[in-house]
Design a binder for this molecule. Structure first.
Ligand code: SAH
Length: 493
């Protein structure tokens, strides 16, 4: 056994919205060796965890039963004793009905080092996303978070009379199945049955549902709407504020579920743009890019052509490795396929001389020649993906332009676990290779006619159509344009 002991970080993941993960939590997750997570940690947070980190789901085992607490403790200790950095990731806050205390007691007994990183409890997070302030000066002077889970004897242990007397906001957790008993208890102890109340199911997630009602009606509301765990039930006058303050349900993509297939390194912008509008994002990276070694000799060329931001990054990495910098591009002309590529160039101090009016290979080739009066005297060098589209090459060849095609990175298909694509309103594709790899992972387990593919350009759409997907092409080949297109089509439906 190595003498270096690892450490366990008990971390709260918050109620679901990945934006509610704290900076400290993200930081320890990014350097963890192992993540041991619960059922309540949302998919969108799990999909952000880098692939090389071992993930252990203790929310469910083979028989669909949660892994027993003792076994979880054993896993934490075993991994830490192997010298690993272990993140024990829990929904909400680990110390609010999360058994975090019990796990740390166990680690303490074993002399295993630990830290606790609090999270936003769903009791407050779900309330905030329903437009319900947990306290408000005009309505209450205390707040109580209560479990509706019955004890070992099968009985609830709630002192109804005390809570009624205190007149504070009551937030019940784990109470979906026991709430009729709780409502009766409160009413019998003297609470006005007409007291404002609310149920918030899947709080802070795009598919959150909020029901506003009265204490005596809540059990009916739960039954009629088939409310499922996880949900909180809030009792108190503050619930009346939701009508005015429920900002979340008014976001333009609220309720929209989107699968994002681009590579992990570049799909963040798309995912966060959609997430800010209230969409529920699941990242399903279908490709990754790997830099290739290449010979960097640009002396004889007067035009440098870049067809992706990844290509630009690979080019400059090579340049810097060769102890050169952007001065090597002095007196050269530079073309970029679109604004993202141009933006990446600018990061390295190069302003693109040419960007076509439509951001695809065809327009890049055609307009480059026409608008820049390129002739057979010019010497062009392309830095792009291995096996990049033939279209650009054909255009150059048909116009008798001499060129050198330098593959600077390659695209690798990722074989993903199967996913139920029908639960998504849209699937986004930012390249043909994403489409092909996506279809490679799912093979014929999917009825592609049920997939609504949002594609960045015509060639991506063509690839998606070939599988029988419904395709929608963004007006421009940019991420903001894809976000705008999704918002437009979601509202048109
Ligand atoms: N430690 C967690 C609570 C765990 S107990 C926290 O601080 O949030 C599990 C209960 O939490 C569920 O039964 C439900 O009442 C509540 N809960 C967890 N996530 C929720 C969510 N996203 N929306 C509403 N309630 C949630």
């Amino acid at each position: 056994m190595p003498d270096k002991k690892g450490k366990v970080y008990l971390v709260g993941a918050g109620p679901g919205d990945e934006g509610l993960l704290t900076i400290k939590a993200s930081e320890v997750i990014s350097r963890a060796d192992v993540i041991v997570y619960d059922r309540l940690v949302s998919d969108s947070i799990l999909s952000k965890i880098p692939d090389h980190i071992e993930k252990i789901n203790v929310g469910k085992s083979a028989g669909n039963h949660p892994v027993p607490q003792q076994e979880i403790n054993r896993i934490l200790a075993e991994k830490a004793l192997e010298g690993k950095t272990v993140v024990r990731l829990k929904g909400g806050d680990p110390f609010v009905f999360g058994r975090g205390g019990e796990e740390l007691e166990f680690l303490y007994e074993k002399s295993i080092p630990f830290e606790a990183i609090p999270g936003i409890t769903s009791a407050l997070g779900a309330a905030a996303y329903a437009g319900i302030p947990a306290t408000h000066r005009d309505y209450c002077s205390s707040l109580h978070i209560i479990t509706g889970h019955s004890g070992k004897n099968g009985k609830l242990n709630i002192d109804y009379a005390s809570f009624v007397k205190l007149n504070g906001t009551l937030i019940f957790m784990m109470a979906v199945s026991t709430f009729s008993q709780i409502a009766n208890g409160l009413i019998k102890a003297g609470m006005n049955p007409e007291t404002e109340a609310a149920v918030v199911e899947n709080g802070t997630r795009s598919y959150q549902r909020t029901f506003l009602s009265k204490l005596c009606e809540i059990p009916k509301v739960i039954a009629a709407n088939h409310v499922q765990s996880p949900a909180i039930i809030i009792v108190g006058k503050v619930c009346s504020l939701s009508e005015r303050l429920d900002w979340f349900s008014r976001l333009p993509l609220k309720g929209c579920r989107i699968l994002v297939t681009g590579p992990k390194t570049t799909s963040g912008k798309l995912a966060s743009g959609l997430g800010e509008l209230g969409a529920h994002i699941v990242e399903y990276p279908c490709i990754r890019t790997e830099p290739l070694d290449f010979r960097l000799d640009i002396r004889e060329y007067n035009w440098l052509i870049f067809t992706s931001a990844v290509g630009v990054a690979a080019f400059f990495n090579k340049l810097y490795e060769s102890k050169l910098d952007s001065r090597a591009l002095c007196h050269k002309k530079v073309a970029a396929v679109g604004p993202q590529t141009a933006e990446e160039l600018l990061k390295h101090g190069i302003y693109a001389d040419f960007v076509p009016s439509i951001f695809d290979s065809r327009h890049l080739g055609e307009e480059l020649i026409k608008r820049n009066k390129i002739t057979s005297k010019d010497k062009i060098i392309l830095f792009r993906a291995k096996d990049g589209t033939q279209e650009l090459i054909d255009i150059l060849e048909n116009n008798h332009i001499s060129y050198t095609d330098v593959p600077v990175y390659k695209t690798v298909y990722i074989k993903n676990e199967k996913i139920d694509v029908e639960q998504f309103n849209y699937v986004t594709f930012t390249s043909e290779s994403c489409v092909k790899s996506f279809a490679g992972s799912l093979a014929d387990t999917v009825d592609y006619s049920k997939v609504h593919a949002i594609c960045i350009g015509e060639s991506t759409a063509k690839a998606a159509k070939a599988y029988g997907m419904n395709t929608i092409v963004s007006d421009m080949a940019t991420i903001p344009s894809m976000v705008a297109k999704i918002t437009e089509v979601y509202h048109a439906n």
